[in-house]
Write a protein that binds this ligand. Sequence first.
Ligand code: IMP
Ligand code: MG
Length: 192
Amino acid sequence: MNPETSGELVGPAFADDIEQVLISRERIQDRLRELAAEITRDYAGERVLLVGVLKGAFMVMADLARYVDLPVEVDFMAVSSYGSATKTSGVVRILKDLERDIADYHVLVVEDIVDSGLTLKYLLRNLAARGPRSLEVVALLAKPGSPPAELRVRYQGFEVPDVFVVGYGLDYAERYRNLDCIATLAPAVYSS
Ligand code: IMP
Ligand code: MG
């Protein structure tokens, strides 16, 4: 990895596997504070449910929820759209559903990354059918060219290049989720 461009060192557990830090911990936190301030303004006085999409969104959810200065409620869904490969299959399965009816809530879906948008498209259609008061999306990351026009991400953190990234909730074969920054992996990781 390159500490010069990242301004940050990765701990020894990951140092050998990381090629480059694309977004440092500090930039992620600064951006989440900005998005949270917008959300705090936009939803003042409303009943808000943050819906985290497991597993990738667990870190965004934890930090964003703390920065939002509203009495929000929190719930999670788990969906599966990937194996351990790096390309989406387009097939989305709900592995864990919400624990409540969302008709009385302004729902904000919290996502780690929007790539092809297939996962989000499925989720939004599914949630919209339950008749929430409103339905919007927060996504920490988006790849270029995404999402399709009908998938409006109201609160977006960063655009990343069209490469596979890990960290801050995002995995490769279930690892690297606990990195506190967004990074690319060294080619050797994929071939081993
Ligand atoms: P989409 O359906 O192609 O938009 O992909 C959505 C899901 O795929 C995300 O919520 C992630 O879990 C996963 N994903 C997409 N791109 C990446 C990546 O670059 N790194 C890790 N996971 C990714
Ligand atoms: Mg994943």
